[in-house]
Design a protein around this ligand. Structure first.
Ligand code: GTP
Ligand code: MG
Length: 434
């Protein structure tokens, strides 16, 4: 990859079957990021599975189960270039059962394309109270994805109609405005993924549309300032044991700078060691900066010392750990719950790449979602669409930070019955360490 182009992580989100994988697959084939040969092979494979219309989606959907079922399950990463930038595309699943994978993807992203099918009925299902257009948009906002482009997809299936495009734009704008996105700045680009229209080239069929193509819209994303001056934080996404190399943890640098030969500490395991090498896109690098997705090797490390959800830092300023005796104060929004949340509720909390059960030990305040004003002290219950200040206690050690110190590590999502019930940020914390 050329180094003169700036790098951005771009997550593709939206309701199931709205065409995320197909659209991005088509984009990668159009720009040559996927070779003709690979494209032809995928076409053949899709025929074999009797899913011809899915051949573009197969660029991202690589698991056998994904190809057979025609859905995305796990995150898939691919590189891709525009005029001024290069992107790591993170294709997220829309299926409600795999939202946790979407959360992991969004927690690594700088920007997002929200794919909304304009096909009759499909947009409506996505923006409905339990639709994933709504859920993903909430999560993206809470996880710090600040820039968004909306692709109003399947234009071929809504007859390239300007009226339908406007209808979708209005409904999705309302939703995004409520969540707190700067709607005026967000481009709504009509496209057809399956026909590769308005992705890289304009089409006569959308003659009424005078905005950018999808590729031009994402090329215009602004680069977030890099928090290089802050302490090092690298949430670990996974660790692999590779023959000949040893244990290779992978993760994204959120803040600070990591250099070869640096002394590091991994929390909560407390493992200390020294960086032997850093790799990005299979190439060795002398250092890594915020936004870089890296793999690295450390002298003397074993699989016991590192895993998904751990965070690496420098020993002089190690990642903060909350023990089961400590707690954190979260400002949350309840986006879904079958009944109501009460004290003692112990769901799974996702923060950066970590997943830990945590108990709601106090419900402190109910807030007005739009103004932040206190509506009620010590509420007994919290229901859907209510905002609140609560105290949470992890059942095992968890690395998390105050949002104002490290926004990247100060956000969390609460999951229950395979759905996201709350999203929030860390206002304060007590580590619980003696
Ligand atoms: P998940 O990853 O499972 O959430 O789905 P997805 O959003 O990635 O959708 P995918 O690309 O797998 O496409 C779902 C279905 O929509 C397939 O049958 C596609 O052929 C169809 N589809 C995708 N894009 C278009 C489009 O532009 N027009 C039409 N008419 N159909 C499309
Ligand atoms: Mg998909």
């Amino acid at each position: 990859m050329p180094t003169d182009k700036k790098h951005l992580n771009l997550v593709i989100i939206g309701h199931i079957d709205h065409g995320k994988s197909t659209m991005m697959g088509a984009m990668l084939i159009k720009t040559g990021a996927v070779s003709d040969r690979e494209a032809r092979e995928l076409e053949k494979l899709a025929k074999e599975y009797d899913r011809e219309s899915w051949s573009y989606a197969y660029v991202f959907d690589r698991l056998k189960e994904e190809r057979q079922r025609g859905i995305t399950i796990d995150l898939a990463f691919r590189k891709f270039e525009t005029n001024t930038k290069y992107f790591t595309i993170i294709d997220a699943p829309g299926h409600a059962d795999f939202v946790k994978n979407m959360i992991t993807g969004a927690s690594q992203a700088d920007a997002a394309i929200l794919v909304v099918s304009g096909k009759k009925g499909e947009m409506e299902v996505g923006v409905a109270a339990n639709g994933q257009t709504r859920e993903h948009a909430y999560l993206a906002q809470t996880l710090g994805v600040k820039q968004l482009v909306v692709a109003v997809n399947k234009a071929d299936a809504y007859d390239y109609s300007e009226a339908r495009y406007n209808e979708v734009k209005e409904a999705v704008s309302d939703l995004l405005k409520n969540i707190g996105f700067p709607v005026k700045k967000i481009p709504f680009v009509p496209v057809s993924g399956i026909k590769a229209e308005n992705l890289t080239e304009k089409t006569d069929k959308l003659s009424w549309y005078d905005g950018p193509t999808l590729i031009d819209a994402i090329d215009a994303f602004e680069l977030p300032p890099k928090p290089t001056g802050k302490a090092l934080r690298v949430p670990i996404q996974d660790a692999y044991s590779i023959k000949g190399t040893g244990v290779v943890p992978v993760g994204r640098v959120e803040t600070g700078v990591l250099k070869k030969n640096d002394k590091i500490i991994i929390m909560p395991t407390g493992f200390e060691g020294e960086i032997r090498s850093i790799e990005m896109h299979h190439e060795e690098q002398p250092s890594a900066e915020p936004g870089d997705n890296i793999g690295f090797s450390i002298r003397g490390i074993t699989m016991e010392d590192v895993g998904r959800g751990d965070v690496m830092g420098h020993p002089a300023n190690p990642p903060t750990v909350i023990t089961p005796k400590g707690n954190w104060t979260g400002q949350i929004i309840v986006i879904w719950h079958p009944t109501a949340i009460a004290q003692g509720y112990t769901p799974v909390v996702h923060a950066h790449t970590a997943q830990v059960a945590a108990k709601f030990i106090e419900l402190n305040k109910k807030l007005d979602q739009k103004t932040g004003a206190v509506i009620e002290d010590n509420p007994k219950f919290l229901k859907k669409n209510e905002a609140a200040i609560v105290k949470l206690q992890p059942i095992k050690k968890l690395c998390i930070e105050k949002y104002e110190d490290f926004p990247e590590l100060g956000r969390f999502a609460v999951r229950d019955m395979s759905r996201t019930s709350c999203v929030g940020i860390v206002k304060d914390l007590e580590t619980g360490e003696e």
